[in-house]
Design a protein around this ligand. Sequence first.
Ligand SMILES: [Zn+2]
Ligand SMILES: [Zn+2]
Length: 295
Amino acid sequence: MAAAVMPGRCRCGRDPCGALCLLLTYLSVGYADYVVLTHVLPQPGFRGSLWCPFHAVAFNLVVLLLLASHGRAVLADPGVVPLPATAIDFSDLRSGAPRSDEDWTVCNRCETYRPPRAHHCRVCHRCVRRMDHHCPWINNCVGELNQKYFIQFLFYTGLASLYAVGLVLAAWLRPADRSPVGTAAGMGGDISESRFQTAHCIVLLVESVLFGAFVTVIFYDQVMSIITDETPLEQIRDRVLKEASREATRSRKPKLALLREVFGRGFVICWFFPCNCSAPAGTGPAYSYLPNYDV
Ligand SMILES: [Zn+2]
Ligand SMILES: [Zn+2]
């Protein structure tokens, strides 16, 4: 008999490192937006042209999508394996009774059965379906149900970083900025303000390059883990097992099908928005933590 399924509600334990990273993320995004709006776009290269309001709206749109996808990644259930309503009797495990579904394993910490590809997170203290890793930047696990939002967050962070670098460089290199009239000194001799502005732009450049490079690497790893159908945890395991049983248990799906399992089966354009255009495959209330066992 399969016991009733507990609601899949687990909010991951908020560790101090995760809370600090969340704060750092919001401060960094807020600072980048502040510098772009108050120190980059008002520069002579943009001021007075239609490009100024255009870039202001476009940059804030990217920032909005970044924050929306980040919020979804933070708050969404990553795919926590529900705990049983009552304690499970594992005595049949010790008796060596034959199993009808050997893919399911037992988590000694959660004291429950867990589906294939679920792993225990030591920060969240719960098992998570197709767990990729625990990310302090979203203070949550990256798992089957929130990986899409996490990748969107990486994408928009990279895009915002690239955009910010482009705006700073454009403001510095545009001809109007090099003209005597265009310089801050030429427009009123406020050299200290110009230095203040330049300092903010340099900090923004450094921040954008660091964050941009960081998220690009993680974005690449995430996409590769999807199209190879192997999470980092499984890569480590398979390295140990030398893929002994993997070929027998894992189907070779097309890359597009694997991407659709994470991003949904709607139009590809929906992959870029942090909304539930269509639920990823394998999700939904039909999930049971005890599909084939009698306890
Ligand atoms: Zn567990
Ligand atoms: Zn976790």
